[in-house]
Every structure is written in C-alpha cells, then in structure tokens.
Design a protein around this ligand. Structure first.
Ligand code: EPU
Length: 337
C-alpha cells in the first residue's frame, strides 16, 4: 500500500470540488486497510467511498483512505430468497444491475443512486418508496480505534429516514467493509405506487411490470429530473425533507394551499424541501459557478469551478430564507467537510 501526497480529490467527489488531500491512499484489500489503520503517524483519517454524499470545503489535512474493496457473492439461498454479500467499494448502481441480471428483487427502486455499497447504509439511501433498510441484513465494519471487525445487524444500525447509527454515535468510528442483503428470487414485492413510477410504466406501455421494468422506469424518472454528476457536479438531495408538527403544517396551509406533504405520524408531517426551496425562489438560480438545479430544487450544482465554500454559502442562504418564510429549519443531508 502506498501513501501519496497532495492528491486532488476532484475525480473522487461527485460535486467535482477541487481540493487536495495532504495524504492519500487507496485500499484494495482488507489487509491493506488493516495496515493503513495501524499507521500511528496518521491519527486523523477520512474515509472516502463513492464521494457522492460529501461537500469538500477545504484541503484535507488528514489521511484520506479511498475504499476500493470489490466483490460480491451469494452467501446462501432458499427457493424464495437469496442472501447476497457485496463489498464496500462496489458501485451501488452496478450492484443493482447485477441483482437485476440475476433476477434478484428488492433494490430495483434504488437504481441509479450514485455512491458505493459501503456508504449506502450510512444514510440509509432511499428512493421511490424503498429504503436500503428494507433489504439490509447486516454489515461488517472495521473499528478504526482497535482494528477489529464488528458485525452490525439491522437492529444495531438504528435506521431511520436518511439516518443510521453511522451518522450518530458510531460516526467516524467504523469503516463498513461489506453489506449483506436479503433479496427475493421469485414473487417479487413490487413498489410501483410512489410518485411517478406508475405513470412512467404506463408511458412505457407496461401493465404487468417486472423488476427490470421498474428499474428502467426509475432510471428514466431520475434522468429526467436529476443532473448526471458526470456532466454537472452535484450530490443528489442536498437537504433532508423536514418533518414538522401538524399544528405548524396547518398554519402554513392557510397561506400555501398547494403545499405537498406526507403523513409521518399522528402529530408530524413531512414537507418536501424541494417545494419550500422552489417557493422561496431559488429553483434554477445560478450564483457564479454554483446554483440550484432547474428541475429539482433539492439539488445544488457545481457548473464547473465552484468552490465548496461557495456551495456551503448558498446552502446557508437557502436555509435562512426557508426559515424566514416558513419558520422551518432544513438540515443538510450531505456531509460537510
Ligand atoms: N417538489 C417541488 N419542487 C422541486 C422538487 C420537488 O415542488 O423542485 C415537490 C414535488 O412536486 C413533489 C414533492 O416535492 O410534490 C416531492 O418531490 P420528489 O418526488 O421529486 O421527491 P423529493 O422529496 O424531492 C426524495 C429524495 C430523493 C428521491 C426522491 C424520490 C430526499 C431528501 N430526497 O426527493 O433522493 O430520489 O424522493 O423518492 O428524501 C437523494 O437522496 O439524493 C435523492 C435524490
């Protein structure tokens, strides 16, 4: 394993922010990873997966460890189900395509989400009515402190909307090295009622969808609304959708009759941050080289040479404006480093 110095992280974060890592290494095996964790001279370490959920606002002084652990395998199977283990450095969408090729059902609604398998549990990735937690069995993680493996079962992970133990008390303490999923081999449980999936399937002329059809529909919807990070730097949804008390929601409804919402519990309502940001006038607005995507206001974009700090400033302006107009605090979903 080799430690390089002053390496640009631009190709390794989907926002395309050009900052340097003072020290950088790529790990291709567990042995490499254990070796790196033993390097006492580098006490500060930053773990980098697919780079799809970070905003880099400055050069990184720590040792940046790029996780490139590849491989996927069937761990066990019955007539109806299969347990599949994928290593952390597998690209998420390629993993989904592999599942579809094998006709393993469960993750098709999560097609085309940027990032890697190993970082997917951290924020419990979700889209179109499915979350990672629905198919997660366990993950293996290496403790940064004592270089030993720990297995986290589903309950240990405290999964919630865009949240898990890895964003809370276990934050910065573990490196997820592999994840096990439970998928269906037949009688797939299809989720086609969310948002525009049904109408997209209708448009495609499909009445009796397969998991492969659903994936194609999700890909078409995402491609029509979300910018491709290879063309325009972005990190998907920059903010989480806020959950507010019902009383607050009803007050807002008096002024904004068209405000969309989802019931979360008897007392709480989720409001799409994209709607709040659009209503606040930011959708499609450009500020120098950064801006708010023209088709989905939840996504901040780098048109070329934006600095992380420009995007951070824009996000804070949006937060302040939404707070002033609606009395709602919206929280960043991406990790700001
Ligand atoms: N909306 C607007 N203006 C916008 C964007 C959205 O008014 O600019 C409204 C829509 O009209 C709709 C509602 O907000 O009524 C919801 O929009 P959408 O279905 O696009 O979903 P979202 O809540 O904006 C979430 C996820 C996405 C995921 C989609 C589909 C979060 C933070 N984001 O977005 O996830 O793809 O649902 O399931 O929960 C991501 O995490 O990177 C991501 C893209």
């Amino acid at each position: 394993m080799q430690i390089n110095q002053n390496i640009s992280l631009k190709p390794l974060n989907t926002f395309g922010i050009d900052v340097n890592a003072k020290y950088f290494t790529t790990v291709n095996s567990i042995n490499d990873l254990k070796g790196v964790l033993n390097l006492k001279e580098h006490s500060n370490k930053l773990i980098l997966g697919g780079g799809s959920n970070i905003l880099l606002t400055k050069n990184q002084d720590s040792l940046v460890i790029h996780i490139n652990l590849k491989g996927k395998e069937i761990v066990s199977e019955t007539e109806d189900f299969v347990l599949v283990k994928a290593n952390a450095g597998e690209n998420w969408h390629e993993f989904v395509l592999w599942c579809l090729k094998n006709d393993f059902g469960g993750v098709e609604n999560l097609s085309l989400i940027p990032g890697n398998v190993g970082t997917a549990p951290i924020q419990n990735i979700g889209a179109y009515g499915v979350e990672l937690k629905n198919h997660f069995v366990s993950c293996e993680a290496l403790s940064i402190e004592n270089n030993t493996f720990v297995t986290f079962n589903k309950d240990d992970c405290h999964f919630d909307y865009r949240n898990s133990i890895f964003k809370q008390e276990a934050k910065g303490k573990y490196i997820i090295t592999s994840v096990v999923f439970k998928l269906t081999k037949k009688k797939h449980n299809l989720h086609i009622n969310y948002g525009t999936i049904k109408s997209q399937l209708d448009y495609m002329g499909i009445t009796n969808p397969t998991i492969q059809n659903i994936s194609k529909a999700v890909i078409a919807i995402r491609e029509s609304k979300l910018p491709n990070p290879k063309e325009i730097g972005n990190s998907g949804s920059f903010f989480k959708n806020p959950v507010v008390p019902k009383s607050h929601y009803h007050i807002l409804l008096q002024s904004f009759e068209d405000m969309p919402s989802y019931k979360v519990s008897e007392d709480m309502v989720k409001i799409p941050a994209g709607w709040l940001i659009e209503k606040a006038g930011f959708k499609g607005k450009r500020f120098g080289d950064c801006g708010v995507h023209k088709k989905q206001a939840l996504v901040l974009v780098n048109y070329g040479n934006a600095k992380g700090i420009d995007i951070l400033n824009l996000s804070q302006l949006i937060q302040k404006t939404v707070k002033r107009l609606f009395g709602i605090s919206i929280e960043a979903e991406v990790n700001i480093l």
